[in-house]
Design a protein around this ligand. Structure first.
Ligand SMILES: Cc1cc2nc3c(=O)[nH]c(=O)nc-3n(C[C@H](O)[C@H](O)[C@H](O)COP(=O)(O)O)c2cc1C
Length: 173
């Protein structure tokens, strides 16, 4: 079984990117398990909190990344880059220096927008960041007009092409 830890880079309750993560288990290959990690309460990176002891949520995040076979990021595109929340997850997971859990991990990057751009700049910036940390981005998935790609009042993706893209990425782990 391949276990993938999934993070949303959006903190808002009705986030499209978080909803895409919720749709993943139904689209995942049989031997892939998706575990969600809620970072709503993750503090902003602060070196003063990052000592011999760290906040419990940080310890849990680092352990979850270390134990997973790969990481999935679903990040909003903010001003042609990843959100601050996405960067904050990566920053916490990249420490201690040279021993951060995220270093060298396989990952998948998703970004979706209600607008026409599809989050391609966020995908490229996030991929560059993860590659810089020694990781391999095994797949990316983008969708524009994301609000049209769910069935009404559910987190089921009805756009076959986007759903296929997500499945292919998860298979690549
Ligand atoms: C600060 C800010 C910057 C944004 N910049 C972009 C952008 O550069 N490109 C884009 O397509 N959408 C941009 N958007 C719109 C977001 O894609 C949209 O709000 C999206 O729904 C956010 O993701 P979420 O639904 O997962 O929270 C921006 C939104 C905010 C709040």
């Amino acid at each position: 079984m391949t276990t993938l830890i999934a993070f949303s880079g959006s903190l808002r309750k009705d986030s499209f990117n978080t909803r895409v993560l919720r749709a993943l288990p139904a689209l995942a290959p049989d031997d892939v398990h998706i575990a969600f990690f809620d970072t709503t309460e993750l503090p902003m990176y602060n070196g003063d909190l990052d000592g011999e002891t760290v906040p419990p949520i940080v310890a849990a995040l680092r352990a979850a990344v270390a134990e997973a076979d790969g990481v999935i990021f679903a990040t909003p595109e903010y001003n042609h880059s990843y959100s601050a929340a996405t960067k904050n997850i990566v920053d916490w997971a990249s420490r201690p220096m040279m021993a951060g859990a995220i270093l060298g991990k396989k990952s998948m990057v998703i970004s979706t927008t209600p607008g026409p751009g599809g989050g391609v700049h966020a995908i490229s910036a996030t991929s560059e960041l993860l590659t810089l940390l020694g990781g391999t981005v095994v797949g990316t998935a983008s969708a524009a007009k994301i609000h049209e790609k769910f069935s009404p009042n559910s987190d089921v993706i009805v756009d076959d092409e986007f759903a296929r893209q997500l499945t292919i990425c998860m298979s690549a782990f």
